[in-house]
Design a protein. Structure first.
Length: 165
């Protein structure tokens, strides 16, 4: 494809592109559950701006276009919660999601002292589950999302980097 996608910390001016990208990317997830009120689809642009300012947010860029994004933050128990991982539909399957995850994990461990990472995904989101398992996450439980969707919770110890083959 002759494309070179770069991964970098998000800046304030990426917020609008992240907002639009996540709206596009999570349509398929919403369709999977017949629920269009999932958090990434109802989040406001101001809320995305706030996350970019406070949390650990990374973007994947192809030229000037934001084609992927992920967010992480430290929770009360010292674990880092990672979420809203998305890659533009036309660029999925090129390892961009794994690269974004790794960038967020490294920053959360090195800059914010995370000892483990936690993420959750809907019980039917096979593609997500495959990616998370491949990079070393293990299922630790389930929870019901605020939107009623059953979620699978996965965790990984910091430093448990698995080579992405």
């Amino acid at each position: 494809m002759g494309m070179s996608v770069t991964i970098a910390a998000a800046t304030e001016r990426d917020a609008e592109q992240i907002f639009r990208l996540q709206y596009l990317c999570f349509q398929s997830e919403a369709a999977l559950y017949g629920n269009y009120r999932i958090d990434p689809l109802v989040q406001t642009l101001d809320s995305v701006r706030e996350e970019v300012a406070q949390d650990c947010v990374f973007v994947a860029r192809l030229g000037d276009e934001v084609v992927g994004s992920v967010r992480g933050r430290i929770t009360e128990d010292g674990a880092a919660s990672i979420g809203k991982l998305c890659v533009h539909p036309r660029l999925q399957g090129h390892g961009i999601g794994a690269r974004l995850l790794k960038a967020a994990e490294c920053a959360l461990a090195e800059e914010r002292g995370a000892t483990r990472f936690r993420l959750h995904t809907g019980h039917r989101s096979e593609g997500n589950l495959r990616l998370y398992r491949r990079v070393g996450y293990e299922r630790v439980g389930t929870l019901e999302g605020a939107d009623g969707v059953p979620m699978i919770v996965l965790e990984k110890q910091a430093g448990a980097y698995v080579k992405t083959a």
